[in-house]
Design a protein around this ligand. Structure first.
Ligand SMILES: C[S@@+](CC[C@H](N)C(=O)[O-])C[C@H]1O[C@@H](n2cnc3c(N)ncnc32)[C@H](O)[C@@H]1O
Length: 321
């Protein structure tokens, strides 16, 4: 309902029919429904402000079930979707996808996902879950009800699934979210991270805030960060773990209670810094004061802390005042 014009594509005509029916029943404006694979039914010069997809992301041998099997081999359907999205987005436009990706022997999953991000786009990739290949095959065999059929058929399908993974050197499968934003920036921001813990849904505003912070960090080098003023984000708490009565905790964690509900480990300087951030003093002035308190050279502290400040801003613990 927040869009003025919607184009919807699917290879299954029944899915398109049900899409039109759902919109009509919801009283939403009709969509332009088009039959075909991914962007095939969309002309080259048609571009969008927002692209969303819950694609058939299941990595499986063959293409037995249209509703879930990409049928392109491995995680190629998700890769193609992400790669083709760059030229379909308007400047400043966003794309959100659910996806699965292979964890291949000898390769970092983050490198694999980074290589998918189209030119001219920032990306935020969150891995929410990882399953090993046996769990994965069992999950989707159950999803299709195969466990209720002939045990020999189940076994044959299970073996074929694992053989396919073995041939591709796949050890596990990641599940997660991929968000792209087209900016045309010369130095795109690609954040690929693992966060399997509960988050505060819906995350729309959190996603937008992530990319606002990316813009802020891109335009502020370390010297500018030290000149800037920050406030601690709402509902951030500090947790300390250590022996009861000990003078220094073994570790200190900052935890958000909103949005991604992230937790991050900080050192004493980071915790002290975050605690003082109420927007009144510049980051550099706060560090000078901390240096005096802990007896550290202020120049050295100004030198080594911007990386930590950058991370706290990137993750939403600190907001530019
Ligand atoms: C996981 S379902 C999502 C259904 C629905 N959009 C939703 O989010 O509830 C995946 C959909 O992708 C469709 N599909 C499968 N292969 C496709 C392809 N190559 N291009 C476009 N759609 C495809 C399936 O027919 C199915 O409707």
């Amino acid at each position: 309902a927040h869009a003025t014009r919607v184009t919807a594509t699917d290879v299954n005509p029944r899915a398109l029919h049900i899409t039109a029916l759902t919109l009509a029943l919801s009283g939403a404006p009709a969509a332009d429904v088009r039959e075909g694979s991914l962007y095939e039914p969309v002309a080259d010069d048609e571009t969008y402000d927002l692209i969303v997809s819950n694609p058939p992301f299941v990595i499986s041998p063959g293409a037995r079930l249209t509703y879930r099997d990409g049928g392109m081999g491995g995680d190629d359907l998700c890769r193609s979707l992400v790669q083709q999205t760059g030229e379909r987005l308007n400047e400043g436009g966003f794309a959100h996808f659910l996806a699965n990706w292979q964890h291949v022997e000898g390769e970092e999953w983050t490198d694999r996902l980074r290589s998918w991000v189209p030119h001219g786009c920032d990306a935020w990739i969150v891995q929410r879950e990882v399953q090993d290949v046996t769990q994965y095959a069992e999950l989707w065999l159950r999803d299709a009800g195969d466990h209720r059929g002939d045990p020999a058929d189940y076994q044959a399908r299970y073996d074929a699934w694992l053989d396919e993974f073995e041939a591709r050197k796949v050890k596990a499968v990641g599940f997660g979210w991929i968000t792209l934003r087209r900016t045309g920036a010369a130095d795109p921001s690609v954040v690929a991270e693992e966060w399997p813990h509960p988050v505060e849904q819906p995350l729309g505003e959190t996603v937008r805030a992530h990319f606002d912070r990316v813009d802020y960090l891109r335009s502020h080098d370390d010297a500018a960060l030290l000149e800037a003023h920050f406030t601690l984000s709402g509902e951030v708490v500090q947790e300390q773990v250590g022996l009861p009565g000990a003078e220094d905790p073994e570790h200190v964690v900052l935890r958000q209670n909103r949005g991604m509900r992230r937790a991050t480990r900080v050192d004493t300087v980071g915790a002290g810094f975050a605690g003082v951030c109420d927007g009144t003093m510049s980051a550099g002035r706060i560090l000078d004061a901390i240096a005096q308190l802990v007896g550290e050279d202020p120049v050295a502290l100004r030198d080594r802390t911007p990386a930590q400040i950058r991370l706290l801003v990137e993750q939403g613990f600190l907001e530019p005042a």
